[in-house]
Design a protein around this ligand. Sequence first.
Ligand code: MLT
Ligand code: ZN
Length: 469
Amino acid sequence: MTVDIGEILTRELGAAAIVRRGSERLEDYGRDESPLGPFPPDCAALCESREQVATVLRLCAEHGVPVTPRGAGSGMTGGALPIHGGVVLSTERMQRILEIDEADLVCVTEPGVITGQLQEAVEGHGLFYPPDPASLGFCSIGGNVAENAGGPRAFKYGVTREYVIGLEVALMGGESLRVGRRTAKGVTGYDLVAGFVGSEGTFGVTTEIVLKLLPNPPAVSMVLAVFPDVAAAGAAIRTLLGRGLVPRTMELADRTSIDHVRRKSRYVFPAEAGAFLLIEIDGEPEGLEPLLGRIGLVCEAERAIDLLAAEDPADRRALWEARRLISPSLKEAHRYKISEDVCVPRGAIGEMLTRTQRIAEQQALTIAVFGHAGDGNLHVNIVCDEDHHDPAVAARLDAAVLRLFEDTVALRGTLSGEHGIGLVKRDYMQLEQSAAVLEWQRRWKRMWDPRELLNPGKVLPARPKACHE
Ligand code: MLT
Ligand code: ZN
């Protein structure tokens, strides 16, 4: 007899916590920001507490039902898609910030808090949580932990993993574990926190997060440098890095990206704008002007056609708004969009930009490149207005993605800088990682989830395939 897991969970958690079959809302839980889906689950459990999360994981284990954890559904790699049906376990209702401790420089939060709101809350205490994924207005901190999210400020401050020092995690079967610490340092035992962060909801479900905070930098300033082409912007990045300058962001956008936000931007981009760099700096107020001056000189020497300094928070917000709108605007303007986030060593950024252009020409596709260029983390967005189900079009899209990943690995880069592997990149893993490394990761996954019920089918290719060894 097939189990009606929706019925079972409704009995345990109450009807208000369960979205069941027949509800139009259920389809929303079968999508994320990837181009895949929908994969409607049997039901969605909107948990409000660690106890409810544990109950769902216990009952799903008892009945052999797959569970897919979900934060805000902003992921771009299909990580939150319930591809085998079963239950979507959403933490969207776990929205309490439990503690902001100024003495310990620590914040304790539930996973459903929206990242931007968490940042504002800690800033109210003079503190700073640096990771700033572009989706910070709607992504949740639990999803950021699952994906080890990055963002522009990773250039100076690093990614989510550097700030998660403790976790409470519910495991498949319902057991709850507290791992990590609250102290500034700590090397007691193996680093389980580091393993859970970035495990894409395949090891456990986070129910509480302890974050390390920094003092809020006293002053922030920014310069927008506009270039005639990406080659000039790439040369400016190389020179700035070579001089050891450490802004907190070094964001790049190419002509296609600019054209998609031109009409929405408060800053009027010159018609000949072929690329921009958005460079933000922070620190003591007296240090900022000389640093901006040095950055400006480098950009001018590398053929910048316009430079705009923005100190006022409202002006900076407007420029960030234009940058953050690139991805949604590309999605809105085209029938189909593939968002890659390859990352190459910094010395290979220029070569990667050239190779990306070559791929666009070879496959006759439009490719926008933007992102965290200072880290070598490029958002290569392949957009298409043809029918992507047409086999000939699909073949060109597949060839473009494969070549992008092959070029990335050839330049000693990695498939994903911050979006994770999820479903969309799973079958490319063997391009980068050896069969042995993949097998050890499979064993690691089985240790937490021996029956492979928790977010099954994600991150690791199903069976060993031929690898590059
Ligand atoms: C961004 O930085 O805008 C997002 O991570 C990316 C994307 O949509 O590719
Ligand atoms: Zn990004």
